[in-house]
Design a protein around this ligand. Structure first.
Ligand SMILES: CC(C)(COP(=O)(O)OP(=O)(O)OC[C@H]1O[C@@H](n2cnc3c(N)ncnc32)[C@H](O)[C@@H]1OP(=O)(O)O)[C@@H](O)C(=O)NCCC(=O)NCCS
Length: 288
């Protein structure tokens, strides 16, 4: 019989590096063209930001002095999002993942969350945990490659790189689309080198190179335009990555196909409770 899994405890800011190293071992895939030091700095900034804003939603387990499990959930305006979830291979399958997820769900319930959102990996244990916790599964595709920009609409010229000045607008649009704004989290993403593109008062895209990290809009035309602008504005030769496209994001699938990007299966989105329409919307893995 396998030994009992280590106990869980609230995460502390000093755990951030151990959490990053665990996620590097079992969850994160290497990002093409991203220097390891830069990737680590961004990951630590994300982890430290969330343990600061959501200490009650940040949990770890230690095994022989090193971080062996983590789960981090955030709550924004009544919407709970699951940002990070990993257990070391040596202790997987012993119920540790379940206890970490339960602690994060309890945090959401205590914080009065009414809507719940998870972007899942394709790991069978992760999908099982989420479905068993009562979440509904929406299948997703992702697109990755060097985009062909010849079909970008002329309207991309109207998209502005707004920087931090665009945060209030993005916050309003996110509130209408997700059910909660992203204003509290966007400064961390921008400090890490992401660009915040806006189209009038209709849509925004948070881009890192060719990666659409987060996008929401009031209408599909605006959503397509800011996505095209994001692809067109990335440094030449950047690999585009657009992930977690549910069936409700046909507009994004059309952009990807028009840009010549191949589609592949992605982990599903899991949701329950009261959320916004979640379209047009490309969620953020870190901040949902
Ligand atoms: C997802 C993860 C955190 C779960 O942690 P864990 O400690 O293994 O979870 P638990 O032991 O509590 O539960 C795993 C469940 O999946 C089942 N399971 C494990 N491996 C499985 C597999 N290959 N196929 C099907 N089911 C599997 C277990 O039987 C268990 O179900 P049960 O409790 O109903 O019997 C861990 O597997 C992990 O880190 N995976 C890699 C990183 C990842 O994908 N993270 C999710 C990001 S969204």
């Amino acid at each position: 019989m396998s030994a009992a899994a280590p106990p869980i405890r609230p995460m502390r800011i000093e755990d951030a590096l151990g959490v990053h190293e665990l996620c590097t071992r079992v969850l994160f895939s290497p990002q093409p063209g991203i220097d390891e030091g830069l990737g680590r700095a961004r990951s630590l900034a994300r982890i430290e930001h969330l343990v600061t804003t959501d200490p009650g939603g940040s949990w770890v387990a230690e095994d022989e002095g090193r971080i062996a499990g983590v789960a981090i959930a955030l709550v924004r305006e009544g919407i709970w999002g699951f940002s990070l979830y990993a257990v070391d291979e040596a202790v997987q399958g012993r119920g540790l993942g379940r206890r970490l997820l339960d602690a994060c769900l309890a945090y959401g319930a205590d914080a009065g969350a009414t809507g719940w959102l998870i972007l899942s990996s394709e790991h069978p244990a992760a999908m099982r945990r989420y479905a068993r916790a009562g979440f509904a599964l929406a299948p997703c595709v992702a697109a990755m490659g060097i985009p062909d920009l010849r079909r970008a609409p002329d309207a991309v010229a109207r998209v502005e790189d707004a920087g931090t000045a665009g945060i209030p607008l993005a916050d309003r649009i996110g509130r209408a689309v997700r059910g909660a704004g992203h204003g509290r989290d966007l400064p961390t993403a921008l400090a890490g080198g992401a660009r915040l593109l806006v189209l009038e008062d209709r849509g925004f895209a948070l881009m890192r190179g060719g990666n659409a990290m987060l996008l929401a809009a009031t209408d599909e035309e605006a959503a397509s335009t800011v996505l095209w602008a994001g692809l067109a504005g990335a440094p030449a030769g950047s690999t585009a990555l657009i992930d977690f496209m549910t069936g409700a994001q046909q507009w994004a699938i059309t952009v990807c196909l028009d840009a010549g990007l191949p589609l592949s299966p992605d982990g599903p989105v899991f949701a329950k409770g009261r959320l916004g329409p979640l379209a047009p919307y490309l969620p953020s893995g870190a901040y949902l």
